[in-house]
Write a protein that binds this ligand. Structure first.
Ligand code: ATP
Ligand code: MG
Length: 575
């Protein structure tokens, strides 16, 4: 990835309904009668980490194609490397796909095919298409050559077939240490495609596998497992990201060999690999390895930290599945890599939450407001619409009283001309309640405002004679007696650098982090309606932003996460 790469910050032609290039290919295949009109895709995550928003792009494609063309999409765990994989990840991946709203046909595991893959490798050795190489990884790498100069043949390349077969069996039986030898396909050391220069197909790994335990001493490489697994399952369109484009000839090569030895497949059937551009987002990273590092080094609270680009992090942050799907739909699929502006993802969630979030009142930085002419002990129940965007919206009650809390920033003693909020002598509307005129404030010995004073006009309540009187500002409030305290967590971008993956090439992750990515507000006040909020519900705190309940929340200690502010306020600090 290069820094010069253009960042996509706007989406043109948002409503385009034309087919993307993968859909065009699929429709072409259907028209040509390929695979008897059958459509089968798969989503093939390696269970070595949690899914991120990039995977959501692949999921929308794989499941979307199956849905749109009456096919099936299976979930296949690509579990060929036991050193990095775990059932914790398998469970999380299933949960995240379901949360996004997709349904798989079957669940498969690449490890289901270990026996068939092993037999296929033996078959290749017997046919002279593979051999056991005893050189070190360094020696093999040194012989690879360059795209313009041919590689050098391994001294083991022409060893007797029986010898390779015997060694392969003993590799599997655990007779040799890891790295002592590997199996290579015998293809073409002079090929212009480096992946054809006798690629490694099997290696020794002495770590128990999360499903097959210690049954296997050898494990297939990605290139020797993926196409074959597609073939065994009957996948018709194997859709993946662009970096696999150069692997496609090898994919086809092994499928061709497999078709010769596996007789039980429909005439004319073959899986087809298609590649699209991966999702890269500004101010974040997508590599599972890097995300794991963030977790392990304690830079975030876990895979589901609301600052993480993981599906579970976005869920905890308050993103809706619909907003993620609509974002993916808008950015589309192409044949060239680029970087998408994080602001587009935030725009998508704002758009969705504006439609669905319930409105409530919360004051993040409270200062007491006393309505001096309002009778002591009196209260009034004001009706507050849950969602003005929804014609069928219910409303809830917000209780007005003599003492309220307002945002500290909504009062200014010496205000500039265009300040339309609370300042001595000026009228302002208290949302869903009265118009009040500010009369002054009280400060402590340090000059810190501790109370603000105002007088209300009883005629300005909705339905009364003066209710339509125009004032320039409306501010939100909560009752000082009725509201409850809450902790509010405000999130910002995790990285300061627009392209942290690039920057991480010569800097430590820790140096790239935004030190202000998490601000904890401990003394916020929320109205009782919000105090009853549950995990998985979506709220707008009027004038403040979109929020949700964090799983850490307890009845006696409420915790809210800010999903996103009402407007895009991110400033490019380091530009
Ligand atoms: P990582 O590099 O983050 O570990 P990966 O490609 O190794 O990702 P897999 O679990 O192998 O992760 O990915 C499963 C599927 O998701 C693959 O088809 C892969 O191409 C796709 N995928 C992974 N990252 C992205 C991304 N950023 N954008 C689109 N698709 C992605
Ligand atoms: Mg992978």
């Amino acid at each position: 990835m290069t820094t010069e790469r253009e960042v996509t910050t706007t989406i043109e032609n948002e409503d385009k309904k034309s087919l993307n290039f993968v859909e065009q290919i699929v429709e072409g295949d259907l028209r040509a009668g390929k695979n008897d009109g059958r459509i089968q895709t798969r989503f093939p995550p390696e269970p070595n980490g949690y899914l991120h928003i990039g995977h959501a792009k692949a999921i929308c494609m794989d499941f979307g194609i199956a849905e749109n063309y009456g096919g099936v999409c299976n979930l296949r765990f690509d579990d060929t490397n036991p050193t990095k994989e775990d059932v914790e990840y398998v469970d999380a991946i299933r949960e995240d796909i379901e949360w996004l709203g997709f349904h798989w046909g079957n669940i498969y595991y690449a490890s289901d095919y270990f026996e068939r893959l092993y037999q296929f490798a033996e078959e290749l050795i017997r046919a002279g298409h593979a051999y056991v190489d005893e050189q070190t990884a360094e020696e093999i790498a040194a012989q690879k050559g360059t795209p313009t100069t041919p590689g050098v043949a391994s001294p083991y390349r022409d060893r007797p077939i029986e010898e390779s077969l015997d060694l392969f069996r003993r590799m599997n039986a655990g007779e040799f240490p890891e790295g002592a030898m590997i199996v290579r396909a015998k293809i073409d050391m002079a090929s212009s495609n480096m992946h054809f220069r006798d690629p490694i197909i099997y290696r020794i790994i002495k770590v128990p596998h999360h499903r097959t335990g210690t049954k296997w001493g050898v494990y297939p490489m990605y290139d020797f497992a993926h196409g074959q697994s597609d073939f065994f399952e009957g996948v018709t369109h194997s859709i993946c990201t662009l970096e696999f484009e150069v692997h496609r000839p090898l994919y086809d090569y092994f499928v061709d060999l497999l078709k010769k030895v596996e007789p039980n497949h429909p005439e004319g059937y073959r899986p087809r690999q298609i590649e699209f551009n991966r999702l890269n987002l500004t101010y974040t990273m997508m590599s599972k390895r890097k995300l794991l590092q963030l977790v392990q080094e304690g830079h975030v609270a876990g895979w589901d930290d609301p600052r993480m680009p993981t599906i579970c992090g976005l869920r905890r942050r308050g993103y809706t599945p619909e907003s993620i799907r609509s974002f993916i739909d808008k950015i589309g699929y192409t044949k060239y890599d680029g970087i998408i502006d994080m602001a587009l993802l935030e725009h998508a969630v704002r758009e969705d939450l504006n439609r669905h979030a319930l409105r409530g009142s919360a004051v993040l930085d409270p200062v007491r407001l006393i309505i001096t002419n309002y009778p002591e002990g009196q209260t009034e129940d004001m009706s507050f619409l849950n969602n003005p965007e929804d014609p069928n919206s219910d409303s809830h009650i917000i209780r007005f009283s003599r003492e309220l809390f307002i945002e500290r920033e909504d009062f200014m003693e010496d205000a500039p001309k265009k300040y339309f909020r609370m300042t001595p002598g000026q009228e302002v509307r208290l949302k869903s309640a009265y118009i009040v005129r500010c009369t002054g404030c009280k400060k402590d010995e340090n000059g810190h405002v501790i109370e603000v004073y105002a007088e209300y006009d009883p005629e300005t309540l909705s339905g009364r004679p003066e209710s339509n009187r125009k004032v320039k500002g409306t501010i939100h409030w909560v009752s000082a007696t009725d509201s409850v305290p809450a902790e509010v967590r405000l999130y910002d971008r995790l990285f300061l650098d627009e392209n942290p993956s690039e920057a991480a090439k010569d800097k430590e992750l820790a140096e790239l982090l935004n030190p202000e990515s998490l601000t904890i507000v401990r003394e916020a006040r929320v109205e009782p309606f919000l105090a009853q909020a549950k995990c998985g519900e979506y709220y707008q705190f009027q004038r403040v932003g979109y929020f949700c309940v964090d799983p850490d929340s307890r009845p006696d200690h409420l915790v809210f996460n800010r999903t996103v502010s009402l407007k895009d306020t991110w400033k490019k600090v380091n530009k």
